[in-house]
Design a protein around this ligand. Structure first.
Ligand SMILES: Cc1cc2nc3c(=O)[nH]c(=O)nc-3n(C[C@H](O)[C@H](O)[C@H](O)COP(=O)(O)OP(=O)(O)OC[C@H]3O[C@@H](n4cnc5c(N)ncnc54)[C@H](O)[C@@H]3O)c2cc1C
Length: 441
């Protein structure tokens, strides 16, 4: 698009990292207003409207009801009333809907089952709902159409500067190694970013988990903000399901195997039951969970929720760029800023960035906010056109079927049979794929 020859290697499947494990919101971050981070909120607020323009199939306006309770002094109704109006203005006056406020009675009418004791009222404001993994995949499909060279299951191992960067990449499936030469290398490896040779990034990782329950068990129509002191959690409608989350706890475990533990699940259920006392949600109601790591720019100070969500672009060696931190919402902007800086630094000839103005994809296939229907045609499409190599690639990231369907293992058996047909798997490979999927599940 800008006239640069570009390649991307991903050690696992595309969106394997945090970008398939988020809250799926396109948001300015209303809670950061309370921390006085106006610039950060404005940047992300404008960007959420850009994504609505360029990828309407992956962005829908989502109203949020934020109830306040007299016993929680961290969130006062009058401050939120001011905050949501400022929030609308920070979108350049073009937020996805106009904010409003409700008294206690109207709040209870609009959110069925909400705890009434101590309720002061609520504000209603707009952010966007997306599908994080699909946003990654459709961005890559768009890049491939523009000529980018894209490879999953290929791990950057090491690199040395020798006029050009000589980069050693390992095929994660076969162990074969190959070299790539490039004028510039961009390290955009999220939670892994500070572990790479040449990286100058310092991260503080925090874990966040989500639970999925039947929508009928918590029938929210708008998203609902639930609070615990100054922390906020969400109940988000997702088709016939409701997503609950998230947590924010320091993490020092394996980056490759991040899971919701019993304590995380109990915490989210307890906050939800506190806000919806008649729901009596229990572990058995949980259809699925996911857990991800926030790659936050390191700061030893403050609790996990106080650390800045802003991004950082660094250039520690000639032609080596680190881009870290930030949010899913600002992914396009982070890419634009990184490419602008590396083009200027290396004096490369490049066209101006146009990604804020052009549709992400002209033709959308089996991609959207909700999982597609389980069909052979969809599975064939993912294998042939979207780099799917493993059963979990389709069940988890291409479709979210794993998270959405209570009988996901039945769906997975069928999907494995279709993949076997398309990718020529024998019985032994089918068994291996099944075991691999079970280990993620
Ligand atoms: C619980 C939670 C909720 C969130 N909710 C939201 C939200 O609602 N809205 C929002 O805007 N943001 C949200 N975020 C933040 C957002 O999800 C992240 O900022 C974003 O996804 C990070 O993207 P990334 O590309 O930097 O990292 P990742 O998505 O993790 O991608 C990095 C990739 O690099 C690959 N990699 C690592 N090492 C190598 C190597 N050596 N060679 C090749 N590849 C490698 C990894 O496999 C990985 O897939 C949330 C985060 C969390 C944890």
């Amino acid at each position: 698009m800008r006239g640069l020859r570009t390649g991307l290697v991903e050690q696992s499947d595309f969106a394997f990292g945090t970008s398939s494990r988020s809250s799926r919101l396109l948001h300015g971050g209303i809670r950061y207003l309370a921390q006085g981070k106006i610039g950060l909120v404005r940047e992300a607020s404008l960007e959420k409207t850009v994504l609505h323009q360029i990828a309407p199939h992956l962005a829908a306006p989502l109203p949020f009801v934020f109830p306040t309770y007299r016993q929680n002094r961290a969130w006062k109704l009058w401050q939120l009333m001011f905050g949501v109006k400022l929030y609308d203005l920070l979108c350049g006056g073009r937020n996805l809907g106009h904010s409003s406020w409700l008294d206690a009675a109207d709040t209870l009418n609009s959110v069925s089952g909400l705890r009434s004791a101590g309720l002061a009222g609520s504000v209603r404001y707009f952010d966007g709902f997306t599908n994080d993994a699909r946003l990654v995949l459709d961005t890559l499909r768009s890049a491939a159409i523009q000529g980018a060279w894209i490879l999953n299951y290929a791990r950057y191992d090491k690199a040395k500067l020798d006029g050009l960067w000589r980069v050693e990449v390992e095929d994660s499936l076969t162990g074969e190694r190959f070299n790539v030469s490039a004028k510039t290398v961009v390290n955009a490896t999220g939670p892994w970013a500070d572990g790479l040779a040449h990286s100058a990034v310092k991260l503080r990782l925090t874990k966040g988990i989500h639970l999925v329950v039947e929508r009928s068990r918590l029938p929210v129509t708008d998203a609902v903000v639930m609070t615990e002191g100054s922390r906020v959690l969400f109940a988000i409608p997702w088709g016939d399901r409701t997503i609950l989350g998230t947590t924010d706890t320091d993490y020092d475990g394996s980056l490759d195997d991040v899971r919701a533990n019993a304590e995380d699940v109990a915490y989210v259920l307890a906050i939800t039951n506190d806000h919806f006392p008649d729901a009596h949600l229990q572990k058995a109601d949980v259809i699925s969970t996911w857990a991800g790591l926030r790659p936050l720019i390191a700061s030893a100070k403050g609790g996990p929720s106080d650390i800045s969500r802003s991004h950082e672009i660094k250039n520690p060696e000639p032609g080596w760029w680190d881009v870290a931190g930030g949010k899913l919402t600002t992914c396009r902007l982070m890419a634009e800023q990184t490419v602008d800086r590396l083009v200027a630094s290396a004096e490369l000839k490049a066209m101006p960035c146009v990604t804020a103005d052009l549709p992400l994809l002209e033709e959308v296939t089996f991609s959207g906010l909700l999982p597609p229907e389980v069909t052979r045609e969809a599975v064939m499409h993912f294998c042939r056109n979207e780099w799917a190599l493993h059963l979990d690639d389709i069940m988890i990231r291409r479709t979210s079927w794993h998270y959405y369907h209570r009988d996901a293992h039945v769906v997975a058996k069928q999907v494995a049979a279709w993949m076997a047909e398309c990718l020529d798997w024998d019985a032994a490979r089918c068994q291996l794929e099944w075991e691999r999927y079970q280990s993620f599940a």
